[in-house]
Design a protein around this ligand. Structure first.
Ligand code: PLP
Length: 434
């Protein structure tokens, strides 16, 4: 607080909550969430904070323990506090955190080589998030055609219900009105088709088409699995018309579906693929992978990222890959996925007023709700089970890939209790209406 003249400036440290009152003149309660009053309120946050995590468990600031079936939205693949990830990051922090891409980064070269050895790709660009990985994918596809002397081929076919990120280009690719509204003209160059509509896709291909972009499983869109035959048909269409096939594996990649990459169980191989989320196990990291042919336009100076591929992120990703690629790990993810789906299917049989359908692959599982999905998420949280809503009235269950059978059984019991309560509540409500 300034009391008098420059020499007498006196600062008072104001705790953030009170500062909010000073600034707005409103009560703290009338602002979004008291504990986040200085954060741009772009999230409708739950009034709950965590301070520790261990494996599939989170401990809240009030000491209560939650079973984490969200994993930071498909990020914490190794759960919380995995000793290999903690050791790798701790060791690297003391050695070197960041150097920029003006110099060679041996650990980035080695990580790129590992990702290429494990996939279709020959080239990798590292960045920091899923949206950035998708931006690179879009640019790579456009530049490919420009490098081939056809710069007019820049349009990309996408699908309704998709989510590719929150930058202006990735929002345009996702095409969701609710995210685009109010942000000015929508970036040009995306032609959106109804979900899995082959006839419309064929009709949309024209002289300006550069690529087809799809998530092999739509995560945010409601865990909608794209039939593998549709993906294979897209591959054939791309080959026939000289288009590039881009898979957004930001959510499905790095073991989530029980394969290292979801495309590996489909028989359809992309030219370009975006990764992020689980790749750093919680450390921010994205990657755009491409074949040598598809990446031919991305020469020196065409793209960049200050932080992308820094030694710390690379150390985290190497630790994640060490665990996920170890013998039997992905097999266990598949086993856990089946177990979880089996338990959830029992719930759809027993509580048809509450849940209707189980979807997904591996540990990317969706439960389509009959009641509003937000209500189910809230009831599950009351049972200390953390889940996350998705489109199409779906609740996503995304446990860390290291989840145990016992923890899956525990989650099922918590879900059962939530379903009993919701079932009774909705029966009572219907009774009142009827
Ligand atoms: C399939 C897909 N693509 C892209 C993104 C954007 O990733 P980020 O939030 O890291 O930018 C997401 C995020 O949920 C996603 O699920």
């Amino acid at each position: 607080m300034l009391t008098a003249g420059r020499a007498a400036i006196k600062y008072v440290t104001v705790p953030p909550r009170e500062a909010a009152q000073f600034v707005s003149g409103k009560s703290v309660k009338s602002m979004n969430a008291p504990s986040t009053s200085h954060l741009l309120p772009t999230y409708a946050r739950v009034d709950l904070a965590f301070e520790r995590g261990e494996g599939a468990w989170l401990t809240a600031t009030n000491g209560e323990r939650y079973l984490d079936f969200t994993s930071g939205v498909a990020v914490n693949a190794l759960g919380h506090g995995h000793p290999k990830l903690v050791a790798a990051i701790s060791e690297q922090v003391g050695k070197l955190i960041h150097v920029s891409n003006l110099y060679r980064i041996p650990e980035a070269e080695r990580l790129a080589a590992r990702l290429c050895a494990a996939s279709f790709a020959d080239l990798v660009f590292f960045c920091n998030s899923g949206a950035e990985a998708m931006e690179c994918a879009i640019k790579t596809a456009r530049k490919f055609h420009a490098a081939n002397g056809q710069p007019e081929r820049f349009r990309i076919i996408t699908f309704e219900g998709a989510f590719h990120g929150r930058t202006l280009a990735t929002l345009a690719a996702g095409g969701q009105k609710k995210y685009l509204d109010g942000f000015g003209p929508v970036a040009d160059g995306f032609d959106q088709m109804p979900f899995c509509d082959l006839a419309a896709t064929k009709r949309a291909i024209g002289p300006a088409t550069a690529a087809i972009l799809i998530e092999p499983i739509m995560g945010e869109g409601g865990v909608r699995v794209v039939p593998p035959e549709f993906l294979r048909t897209l591959r054939s269409l791309c080959d026939e018309h000289g288009l590039l096939l881009i898979f957004d594996e930001v959510q499905t990649g790095v073991g989530r579906t029980g394969e290292l990459f979801a495309y590996q169980r489909t028989g359809a191989v992309p030219d370009i693929m975006a990764l992020a989320k689980a790749l750093g196990g919680g450390f921010p990291l994205g990657a755009c992978l491409a074949t040598a042919a598809a990446g031919k336009g991305m020469t020196a100076g065409t793209h960049g990222s200050t932080f992308g591929g820094n030694p710390l992120a690379m150390a985290a990703a190497h630790a994640v890959l060490d665990v996920v690629l170890a013998d039997g790990f992905l097999e266990r993810v598949r086993h856990c996925g089946l177990l979880l789906k089996q338990k959830l299917a029992e719930m759809t049989d027993r509580f048809p007023r509450v849940v209707a359908e189980v979807r997904g692959e591996g540990l990317l599982v969706g439960l389509r709700a009959v009641v509003p999905n937000g209500e189910l998420v809230d009831e599950l949280r009351a049972e200390k089970l953390i889940t996350v809503a998705a489109g199409d009235n779906v609740v996503r269950l995304l446990p860390p890939l290291i989840v145990s059978d016992t923890e899956i059984a525990e989650a099922a019991q918590r879900l059962e209790r939530a379903c009993i309560r919701l079932s009774e509540r909705h029966a009572r409500q219907q009774g009142r209406v009827g």
